[in-house]
Design a protein. Structure first.
Length: 385
């Protein structure tokens, strides 16, 4: 599990030294090194809607994309330099049996997502500048500590979601907002017991309200603190974002988008607990800046969180349970959407590199027995190299 976690951090956060240790590394004659690593995963997902809802099966990529990562690292002028490319292909065809786009259809064949393209400049004191396309700072710890990152979690209610392309949702929109892979220039202090990161990001137009002029970058930040004592370990994090967006080239009105998140992970011998939550205004829900940020001329409000328990039942097997919710509300406080899900999972380290995963999830939008809901059952394999 530790080996897979280190590689996952390398894939998702660009801590490529760990990814390099798992894959192929070649030392070049000019002093630079080249590395290749990644993972391939495939899951069968069965879904059944409530109230005589549809039944679907799919074979698809899970929440963590299949990844192929390439990097080169060298040292010049006292600086540790690096470049990183991360390709994230999916295995499914998005609702059809074709491997290419079908004219007149909104569904496409299997896609290759160019998630990571960045350079790094490391200094003698251990701090680093990252410039390029990489996972955002806001909410990244929320997704990295989600157990469904190694599985499927929620997939979305209805056939268009269950047979869709791309990755599954996991707990995205059911407990946290997706941090996205964005263009950025980020500075991070030396990794250790505590670390602070802050960055300027490509701003996002608001998906509602006509706010499409972004005059200054978005600001995102994160602080983490970890502590270990014997078999116990603890991780605490806080994060935030701020952005302003206008609805006219000059004059007009502007809306400020703000978000805050915090969480704690406590590992106590064989038991692990995660509790995290977030608040937002003018950030939308689920995929962040993807709609619903401005309603009736005012910014909407978002909140949510999740609680998760995992227990080690054997040398290679963990069982986990988690529950979470994500809400979107208008300014007076009326709830516009409320997505909830409960997931139970079994995660078995079959070999040093191969992981076997089984999960069951119940997801719902709204409250009560008549609200749209769905049961998702999944099983699959993840092979890291």
């Amino acid at each position: 599990m530790k080996r897979l976690t280190l590689l996952l951090l390398g894939l998702a956060l660009g801590v490529t030294g760990t990814a390099r240790a798992q894959g192929l590394t070649m030392q070049m004659s000019n002093g630079w090194s080249f590395a290749f690593g990644g993972n391939v995963n495939a899951f069968w997902v069965f879904t059944k809607g409530n109230n005589s809802g549809p039944t679907n099966s799919s074979v698809r990529t899970g929440l963590l994309p299949t990844f192929a990562t390439f990097e080169a690292r060298g040292k010049e002028g006292g600086l540790n330099l690096g470049i990183h490319f991360g390709f994230a292909p999916q295995i499914q065809n998005g609702g059809n049996a074709h491997d290419q786009f079908v004219p007149g259809s909104v569904q496409a064949g299997a896609q290759i997502d160019m998630r990571q393209v960045y350079l790094t400049v490391g200094f003698k004191n251990g701090s680093q500048i990252l410039a390029g396309r990489e996972l955002g700072l806001f909410s990244r710890q929320n997704i990295l500590n989600d157990m469904t990152l190694f599985g499927v979690g929620a997939v979305g209610v209805g056939p268009l979601a269950t047979q869709g392309g791309g990755t599954t949702l996991g707990r995205i929109g059911y407990g946290y907002l997706y941090p996205n892979f964005d263009a950025q220039v980020t500075y991070s202090t030396k990794p250790g017991q505590s670390q602070f990161s802050i960055g300027l990001f490509q701003p996002s137009v608001l998906g509602s309200g006509g706010y499409s002029f972004t005059k200054i970058p978005r600001l995102e930040g994160e602080f983490t603190y970890s502590q270990r004592s014997g078999k116990n370990n603890y991780l605490f994090w806080v994060g935030g974002l701020w952005q302003t967006t206008s609805n006219a080239v000059s004059g007009g009105t502007s809306q400020s988008s703000v978000g805050a998140t915090a969480g704690i992970k406590a590992g106590m011998s064989d038991l692990s607990l995660v509790v995290t939550g977030y608040l937002g205004k003018g950030v939308g829900t689920t995929l962040l800046f993807s709609g619903g940020e401005v309603i009736g001329g005012t910014t909407s409000k978002s909140d949510g969180g999740y609680a998760q328990l995992m227990y080690k039942v054997g040398p290679k097997t963990n069982v986990g349970a988690s529950w979470g919710f994500s809400r979107l509300k208008n300014d007076p406080g009326a709830v516009l959407s409320n997505w909830t899900s409960t997931t139970l999972g079994i995660y078995n380290q079959w070999t040093k590199s191969l992981k076997l995963v089984f999960e069951g999830t119940r997801e719902q939008n709204g409250n009560g027995s008549t609200a749209p809901s769905q049961i998702d059952v999944s099983g699959g394999l993840m092979l890291f190299f």
